[in-house]
Design a binder for this molecule. Structure first.
Ligand SMILES: [Zn+2]
Length: 256
């Protein structure tokens, strides 16, 4: 299905969580990962709008904390990964890999299973937008709380295969912290400082470094580069396979 580019706005919650609000009609929105209810209710009341859907990427409290309150207050169909249904609020649409839920006449959400951060983590593709939860961040990826490096690497490859123009909407604003790590990891790549400055400017201008095209992540996200021979040479990891390189970079990032 050829879908239009959805209109998406951020609601900020917690310390650095994004709750993404997707326009599904002139006065209706779908909310992605509402960790809190009140900021979403305020957003809806400011626009005199209602809630059409709630999409959940994974079971962590900062992503599902507001779901049941929002459902009680505003209604809305709850969408989540069938495989983790036992740890999620009640789902109206439990989905598995590749399954689709229509959000309106022109938009549909497709579920991608991306285990690693948690075993039941999922992402959603809606038109040119990717809602990656805590699997993929600007220049980073989620910590492996439940999955293995091999599992997360396969999940990241699935996301890396999406078109370059895909707009990335992650669960947290971690871009600059991840770029700081990257500058330290690869001091030999001078373009990283320029890249960081571009994102500082972007953050100042619009209050968030995301969305931005997946193409930027394909070029510079160190976790996408675990099978890149040039980066492996720069990191002194040429003797390792991609999963071992991924695990090494993840370990470095955990200790950063
Ligand atoms: Zn999480």
């Amino acid at each position: 299905m050829n879908q239009p580019s959805p209109s998406v706005e951020p609601v900020l919650a917690g310390r650095d969580n994004f709750i993404w609000m997707i326009a599904t009609a002139a006065d209706r929105y779908a909310a992605v990962d509402p960790g809190e209810a009140d900021p979403v209710s305020r957003f809806l009341s400011q626009r005199q709008a209602t809630l059409s859907h709630i999409l959940i990427t994974h079971h962590h409290g900062d992503h599902i904390g507001g779901v049941e309150t929002l459902k009680a207050r505003h209604g809305g169909e709850v969408i989540g990964g069938a495989g983790d249904a036992a740890r999620l609020p009640p789902l109206d649409h439990p989905l598995s890999e590749g399954m689709v839920v229509r959000l309106n006449d022109s938009l549909a959400a497709e579920l991608l299973e991306v285990p690693g951060h948690t075993l039941g983590h999922v992402a959603y593709r809606i038109g040119d937008a990717l809602f990656s939860g805590d699997t993929l961040f600007g220049f980073g990826c989620g910590r492996l709380f439940e999955g293995t490096p091999a599992m997360m690497w396969q999940s990241l490859l699935k996301l890396r295969n999406l078109p370059d123009a895909t707009r990335l909407f992650p669960g947290h604003e971690y871009t600059l912290a991840n770029l700081d790590f990257l500058v330290e990891l690869l001091p030999g790549l001078p373009e990283l400082s320029t890249l960081r400055q571009e994102f500082v400017t972007l953050l100042d201008a619009r209050g968030a470094t995301v969305p931005h095209p997946l193409a930027v992540q394909k070029r510079f996200n160190p976790f996408f580069k675990a099978d890149d021979p040039e980066w492996a040479a720069l990191l002194g990891l040429a003797g390792l396979d991609p999963v071992a390189r991924f695990a090494w970079i993840r370990e470095r990032r955990n200790r950063y």
